[in-house]
Design a protein around this ligand. Structure first.
Ligand code: SF4
Ligand code: SF4
Ligand code: FES
Length: 244
């Protein structure tokens, strides 16, 4: 790959700093072989501007912390090759989530709230599970389906791309639907569709979803959000009809 000069225009704003105003700041840097956006941001922080805020932990698409808007589309900085991007790239923090500063947002706080609200943990008959006993058997196809949804890294890209989430802060988002789908698929979970209806059977849940599937298009882990959301909506509609 030939080296080239690129410009990163980064939305800078620190809500914690008195007098800070949102502004686009430009940084120019030379690309290198296999450079990711994450590496480019580190170069800038190391050699040009130590005040630049952005998050990362794993650098391998696993922790979900480096999600940001890249030319208007939510992406993981550590999985985005600079070679795929044009000469000028505009970076902004994910919308919807609480801004910490510059490209850093508090997805963790929102994910925790969503998790508590949707009870995203296994519900079984056992009061206190015995962790010493042999693991419960599960059909391989069930285990695979659960694992498929468990690959969610809670990056927030699906929520940042979601039209409904832009309009209502209380929307559970595709990540929330993905969590419900995961426990619904788990044969050990004793909850029924009527129980799930109490969690997502309204406009803050499946009936607020516009089904335009931006979430599915941007999910960096390629979760089957399209199928799962459609399936959940059908199931919740059946509960609703039965109650009428
Ligand atoms: S569903 Fe996909 S886009 Fe949404 S939080 Fe999980 S990994 Fe990220
Ligand atoms: S399909 Fe539903 S959850 Fe996904 S982006 Fe659209 S409104 Fe949001
Ligand atoms: S740094 Fe962990 S997903 Fe990018």
């Amino acid at each position: 790959m030939s080296q080239r000069q690129i410009t990163l225009k980064i939305l800078r704003y620190n809500p914690q700093e008195a007098g800070s105003e949102p502004r686009l700041q430009s940084y120019s840097l030379e690309t290198a072989e296999a450079m990711t956006l994450f590496i480019a941001l580190n170069e800038i922080r190391e050699h040009q501007d130590p005040t630049l805020q952005f998050d990362f932990v794993c650098r391998a698409g696993i922790c979900g912390s480096c999600a940001m808007m890249v030319n208007g589309r939510p992406r993981l900085a550590c999985r985005t090759l600079v070679a795929e991007l044009p000469d000028t790239v505009v970076l902004a923090p994910l919308p919807f989530f609480e801004l910490i500063g510059d490209l850093s947002v508090n997805t963790g706080k929102w994910m925790r709230g969503m998790s508590e609200r949707l009870h995203t943990w296994l519900h079984t008959m056992e009061e206190s599970p015995d962790i010493c006993r042999i693991e419960e058997r599960m059909e391989p196809e069930d285990a695979e389906a659960v694992y498929e949804m468990d690959r969610c890294i809670e990056c927030g890209c699906c929520v940042a791309a979601c039209g409904t989430a832009r309009m209502r802060q209380d929307f559970v988002g595709a990540v929330g639907f993905g969590k419900i789908a995961r426990f619904r698929l788990d044969p050990r979970d004793i909850r029924t569709d009527a129980d799930y209806y109490e969690l997502i059977g309204d406009d803050t849940g499946v009936f607020g979803c516009m089904s335009l599937l931006a979430c599915h298009d941007v999910c960096p882990k390629s979760l089957p959000l399209q199928n799962q959301i459609a399936f959940l909506r059908r199931k919740m509609a059946q509960v609703s009809i039965r109650r009428e």
